[in-house]
Design a protein around this ligand. Structure first.
Ligand code: HEC
Ligand code: HEC
Length: 263
């Protein structure tokens, strides 16, 4: 290995090493009461809410419409939470979508900074703000994969792709569904987070939801008929790979022909 190559390699390794701890840092701290009770409680939920959520969702979850400066000059605004129920609070907290870092960003799956006890307390606090739906308990084993594929193709694949790898919409990133638990999938369908539409029971009933969940889980172990799946991303990467192979083959043919003509 030449000296320059060694320097480049060492530089790349150092950059990799420093990137890992930077990512492991929490994005924002969580405000906690000094003395936390040992069990989940409504009181703990209301304290955590006041410290971490009220700057955007308002006192008692009344919502803040026009963005206004909160602590540290960060802008606060968010929808009212009265009536969203345990279902929505559970989804947004377990995925790490909340607390949101900035009102201008799309909620995304992040490292969860609250403990189980804290999530339980916040969920019961948000549920206590107004009557709303409970946390769903989907039973994917009672669903049918065939129905799931049909329903997913009809309602979800336009955005999430048929193998649930996600993609892009104007103004939003559509996540892959590989990390969502069965409960989170059922919750997302009922809520419709961000630009996703929501699907009430009149549109997708609980039995159909079981089939959708079963189908999404099945996409994690795709069956690659016909050989190499190439990440199961569909025709685009398949086309690129075909071109790469074709280019190498064509250049090879040209070289051979050129040599023959010369001799
Ligand atoms: C920086 C502002 C901000 C902070 C802090 C914040 N939120 Fe949010 N929250 C939002 C915005 C904006 C939305 C709407 C996101 C969307 O459209 O998906 C939202 C959506 C939600 C929803 C979904 C509401 C619905 O209609 O179903 C819940 C539940 C929620 N937040 C809970 C919380 C909790 C609990 C906390 C504290 C741990 C918190 N949020 C902290 C801004 C914030
Ligand atoms: C119009 C496009 C669109 C359609 C249709 C759609 N989704 Fe989504 N979905 C999204 C977007 C955008 C998000 C990200 C939401 C956010 O960041 O707050 C999302 C998030 C999710 C999540 C959370 C994933 C995670 O790990 O963060 C699940 C689960 C989900 N969708 C399932 C479904 C299912 C099941 C269907 C069909 C019944 C469906 N979606 C239909 C756009 C869509």
């Amino acid at each position: 290995m030449t000296r320059t190559a060694r320097v480049i390699l060492l530089g790349a390794l150092a950059a990799l090493g420093s990137a890992a701890p930077a990512q492991a840092q929490p994005q924002s701290g969580i405000v906690r009461p000094t003395q936390e009770p040992s069990a989940p409680s409504l009181e703990l939920g209301s304290q955590l809410f006041a410290g971490n959520c009220a700057s955007c969702h308002g006192i008692g979850g009344a919502g803040i419409q026009a963005p206004r400066p909160g602590a540290g000059e960060t802008l606060g605004a968010g929808p009212p939470l009265r009536g969203v129920g345990a279902l929505s609070a559970d989804f947004y907290l377990r995925t790490g979508y909340m607390p949101l870092g900035s009102i201008h960003s799309q909620p995304e799956r992040e490292r969860v900074l609250f403990s189980q006890k804290e999530i339980g307390s916040l969920v019961s606090y948000v549920a206590s703000l107004g009557a709303g739906p409970a946390i769903p308990r989907p039973q994917p084993s009672q669903g049918s994969l065939g129905d799931g594929l049909t329903l997913f193709t009809e309602h979800c694949s336009g955005c999430h792709q048929v193998v649930a790898q996600g993609g892009f919409l104007t103004g939003a990133r559509v996540p892959a569904l590989q990390d969502a638990t069965p409960t989170e999938i059922a919750e997302a369908v009922r809520i419709g987070p961000y630009l996703m539409p929501h699907f009430p029971v009149s549109q997708i009933n609980d039995r159909q939801l079981n089939s959708i969940v079963a189908y999404v889980l099945s996409t994690r172990h795709p069956d690659d008929h016909g050989g190499w799946g190439i990440g199961n991303l569909g025709p685009f990467p398949e086309g690129i790979i075909t071109w790469l192979i074709a280019i190498i083959a064509l250049v090879g043919v040209c070289v051979v022909l050129g040599e023959r003509l010369r001799s």
